[in-house]
Design a protein around this ligand. Structure first.
Ligand SMILES: [Zn+2]
Length: 250
C-alpha cells in the first residue's frame, strides 16, 4: 500500500472521485498511474456508510499534484471504455436518425422519452432501431391519437372493457370505497382494503383489454399515416414490445 513518507503529520488524502473532479482526471488515468507506480501514496478504506460497498480509494494529494502532468498524459479511457463510448454514440445517432420519426398528425419529431423503456432497451441493444421505432410509433399513437389516456383515467369508461357484471362490480367497489373513506372504524378499514383490492384487480383486467384494443387502433392509424409497414400485425408488435418490457420483470 502507500509509502510511509513525511513525518506522519498532516498529509491530506482525497477520495478518487474528488481527485477526478478537482484535477480533471479519469478513472482509467488514476488506475493506470497506480499500476505504473506514479502514484504510491494511496490507501483503501471501508465505506463508512455501507459495509457491503467496495472499499474507497484515498489518494495523497501532495504526490498527486506533484505528478499531475505525467498522469494527465496517460490515456483518458481504457480500450473497453472507448469501445463502450463509441457504441453509445453510434446508438445515440441511430436513435436520432432511425428511431425518431416525424408524426404527420402532430407535425413534430417524436422520439422515445429519456427514461422510456423503449429507449433503454434500444441503448442496451435488446431491440434493433427498426423494432424500437415500431414501439415508439405505436406508443405515440396510442397515447396521442386514440382516447386510451382518457379511458384509462376514468373508471367508468374503463369498466366497459369488462363483462357487464364485472364492470358493475368494479364501479361499485370504487364507489363504496370512496363512501367509506372517512370512516375510521376497524370494520370500515377492513372493508376498504377489500374493496380496494377488488377494484385494483378488476381495473388491471380492464386496462389490459383496453390497452390491447387501443394498441390495435394505434397500429391501424399509424399504418394509415405511413409510419408502419402495411403488414404489421398486433402479434408482431406484441412480440417486440415484450422484448422492451422483459428487463423490467426481474
Ligand atoms: Zn402524433
Amino acid at each position: 500500500m502507500g509509502s510511509a513518507g513525511g513525518e506522519g503529520s498532516k498529509r491530506r488524502y482525497i477520495y478518487k472521485s474528488t481527485a477526478m473532479k478537482k484535477y480533471g482526471l479519469t478513472r482509467a488515468q488514476i488506475e493506470e498511474a497506480i499500476r505504473l507506480g506514479l502514484i504510491t501514496d494511496y490507501k483503501y478504506v471501508q465505506n463508512p456508510h455501507s459495509s457491503s460497498a467496495p472499499p474507497a480509494l484515498l489518494i495523497g494529494e501532495e504526490e498527486l499534484a506533484a505528478k499531475l502532468e505525467e498522469i494527465k498524459k496517460l490515456p483518458r479511457y481504457t480500450e473497453a471504455e472507448r469501445a463502450r463510448r463509441r457504441l453509445y454514440r453510434a446508438r445515440k445517432k441511430q436513435l436520432d436518425e432511425e428511431v425518431a420519426f416525424l408524426c404527420p398528425i402532430c407535425n413534430w419529431k417524436i422520439e422515445p422519452l429519456r427514461d422510456s423503456l423503449t429507449r433503454k432497451a434500444f441503448m442496451r441493444g435488446d431491440v434493433t432501431a427498426e423494432e424500437a421505432k415500431i414501439v415508439a410509433v405505436v406508443t405515440h399513437f396510442r397515447h396521442a391519437h386514440t382516447s386510451y389516456d382518457r379511458v384509462r383515467s376514468d373508471a367508468r369508461k374503463l369498466a366497459r372493457y369488462l363483462k357487464p357484471e364485472e364492470g358493475e362490480r368494479m364501479v361499485q367497489a370504487l364507489e363504496r370505497y370512496l363512501r367509506l373513506k372517512r370512516r375510521s372504524s376497524q370494520r370500515a378499514r377492513e372493508e376498504r382494503e377489500y374493496l380496494l383490492e377488488e377494484f385494483r384487480w378488476l381495473k388491471a383486467k380492464a386496462l389490459e383489454k383496453a390497452k390491447r384494443e387501443f394498441t390495435e387502433i394505434a397500429i391501424m392509424r399509424a399504418k394509415e399515416a405511413g409510419l408502419l409497414p402495411p403488414d404489421m400485425t398486433y402479434e408482431r408488435y406484441a412480440e417486440i414490445a415484450e422484448k422492451v418490457l422483459e428487463r423490467e420483470d426481474y
